[in-house]
Design a protein around this ligand. Structure first.
Ligand code: PEP
Ligand code: MG
Length: 592
């Protein structure tokens, strides 16, 4: 790492943000400030009313062509998945309500069409910004991005986003915000890292940074206002830290950290080809969490033992209309065949809560407490046409590989029975239609609600396996909204109540001779891998890039040691102390 080419020393400033893409980078700052276009307002004379509407239609068409061009370019450079970001933009351009409202605004005010469109778009953006859910808030950013493009075309200035395409030398891009268009146009050969004032882990800039494999830190609030010309910046994407004008000693330290991290990552990747077996010879399955069929390649690249959680709602979230049984059957069958003989665990729809969907919005009432509301299996049992289409698709796919099924948000055995009754109906229908399926399809319950955990003995009688969704289970157990930043520090996976609940689930499941998997984020955190296996969990499922670290730890521990660790943790009363104990256990194994 070379030192800053600057004579006068500038004060070093350390700032904490949110880690969004891993890695360490250092270089001069390229400041990028995104600002809204100035939109003039003036009255349009009657003779030009028709032409004004035509100008709007032409701008929508031009914007559509621009977005399609960007999509093609992104698909070529980054791949199909990244290009899908712009599907949302095309949907905005086709949004009949937005278009009709703009025309209505024009008929009402007779102001120039860009002023009318700007007003309507701002109302839409404001409505999205009020939404609690991070993912949907980000979609407000899509509207803003497209709206700026349309306005750019109406005002004759083009679509913007050009600046980032021409970084003169290798630089760290520091921006107040980066729109998808900016991100797509980013000069890939010169951007060392991305740092933004705003944003979250699901922002488009982050998705692009991850796919470019460059570090990103977001949520730095007012960093862009603290910059001076000639500043340099160090980005630590592992810890979510940025250091403005780092001192020589800091650069030296980070140079060492970077070398260590690279060696460690390589060591983990090399070991990842080997089987997931502990030092005392116990094989423990490590599976993958995926959201799309094309992630099958990732499952194989990371040597996962099949899929422990396929979040099928993304088939719905990504599409303008609900996918048909046939479309789902093709998707599930493709996945099962790609990964056979490894298992593919398909979770039925988990819509509602933090995942309402535009195409089915009419089926979701507005609720005060969506996480406690009309979500997942509750929605499915109420909308059996949608539920049955999915169950039939899963059943039919089960004829082509080791397909397993599980239901989300099950509150207890009676709900499980109701879901299974619908499944039985589907089996009878398929039999009558002569369509093949696996008669012995394994069916599991996710354990995400404390009632399901407490009555695990009753629930176990109705299932072939349990899969613990710790993201939700912890949220409901500790009453901590999982998407509320303000109370995020209270979300403690090592709270004694969480450990006792996990242990209880395992004891009851094993008594009933069924297995327990964990597929929440806790399963992929290297700190918790030994603890979970020590508590008796039989398998873990995690996002594929986390598999190498989990496997490395597993291969360097004995199950006997992990059990001792869990016993010790269960006897402790401080979440923080348990966390420290687990961290030191894992770190020791990661170093060996
Ligand atoms: C969970 O709750 O832990 C889980 C895996 O499901 P999701 O994150 O999709 O709610
Ligand atoms: Mg869940």
């Amino acid at each position: 790492m070379s030192a800053a080419a600057d004579n006068a020393p500038r004060p070093q400033l350390i700032l904490q943000g949110i880690s969004a893409s891993q890695g360490i980078a250092y270089g001069p700052v390229f400041l990028y400030l995104q600002s809204d276009l100035e939109v003039p307002e003036y009255q349009v004379e009657k003779a030009k009313w028709g032409a004004e509407v035509a100008r709007f239609e032409q701008a929508l068409l031009t914007t559509r062509q621009q977005v399609q061009r960007i999509m093609a370019e992104v698909e070529k450079n980054l791949g199909e998945e990244e290009a899908r970001i712009f599907d949302a933009h095309l949907l905005v351009l086709e949004d009949q309500a937005l278009i009709a409202e703009t025309i209505r605004e024009f008929e009402k005010t007779r102001l120039n069409i860009e002023a009318c469109f700007d007003r309507v778009a701002r109302r839409y953006i404001a409505a999205f910004e009020e939404i609690d859910d991070e993912y949907l808030r980000e979609r407000g950013g899509d509207i803003r991005d497209v709206a700026q493009r349309v306005l750019g075309n109406l005002l004759g200035g083009g679509g913007g986003g050009q600046l980032l395409a021409r970084l003169a030398e290798k630089r760290v891009v520091v921006a107040n915000d980066i729109s998808p268009s900016d991100a797509a146009g980013l000069d890939r050969s010169s951007a060392l890292a991305i740092v933004t004032d705003s944003g979250s882990k699901t922002s488009h800039a982050v998705i692009v940074a991850r796919s470019m494999k460059i570090p990103a830190v977001v949520g730095l609030r007012d960093l862009t206002t603290k910059l001076s010309p000639g500043d340099t910046i160090l980005v630590d994407g592992y810890e979510g830290v940025v250091i403005l004008n780092p001192a020589e000693s800091t650069l030296f330290r980070y140079g060492q950290i970077q070398r260590q991290k690279r060696t460690q990552e390589q060591r983990l990747l090399d070991a990842n080809r080997l089987p997931a077996v502990t030092l005392d010879g116990v094989a423990l399955p490590l599976r993958a969490n995926i959201e799309k069929v094309d992630e099958a390649a990732l499952v194989k690249d990371y040597h996962a033992d099949g899929v422990g959680l396929f979040r099928t709602e993304f088939l719905y979230l990504a599409a303008p209309a609900a996918p048909t049984e046939e479309e789902q059957y093709v998707a599930y069958r493709t996945l099962a065949e790609a990964l056979a003989p490894a298992p593919v665990t398909i979770r039925t729809l988990d819509l509602g809560g933090d995942k309402p969907i535009a195409s089915q919005a009419h089926l979701f009432p507005k609720e005060n407490n969506p996480f406690l509301g009309y979500r997942a299996i509750r929605f499915c049992l109420d909308n059996t046409d949608i539920f049955k289409a999915q169950l039939r698709a899963v059943l039919r796919a089960s004829a082509h590989g080791d397909v397993r099924l599980m239901y989300p948000m099950i509150s207890g055995h009676e709900e499980m029975r109701r879901a299974n009754a619908v499944l039985e109906e589907c089996k009878l229908e398929l039999k009558a239609e002569g369509k093949p399926f696996n008669e012995r399809l394994r069916v599991g319950s996710m354990i995400e609600i404390p009632s399901a955990a407490m009555a695990a003995d009753l629930l176990a009688r109705e299932c072939h396996f349990f899969s613990v969704g710790t993201n939700d289970l912890i949220q409901y157990l500790l009453a901590i909204d999982r998407v509320n930043d303000r109370i995020a520090h209270l979300y403690e996976p090592t709270h004694p109540a969480v450990l006792r609940t996990l242990r209880h689930i395992v004891v009851e499941a094993h008594r009933a001779k069924i297995k327990v998997s964990v597929c929440g984020e806790m399963a992929g955190d290297p700190i918790f891998v030994p603890l979970l296996f020590g508590l008796g969990i039989d398998e873990l499922s995690m996002t594929p890039p986390l598999l190498p670290a989990a496997k490395y730890i597993l291969r360097n521990m004995t199950l006997a040691d992990a059990r001792k660790l869990a016993q010790q943790a269960l006897a402790m009363d401080s979440a923080k102390a348990i966390q420290r104990l687990c961290a030191s256990f894992s770190e020791e194994r990661l170093r060996s």
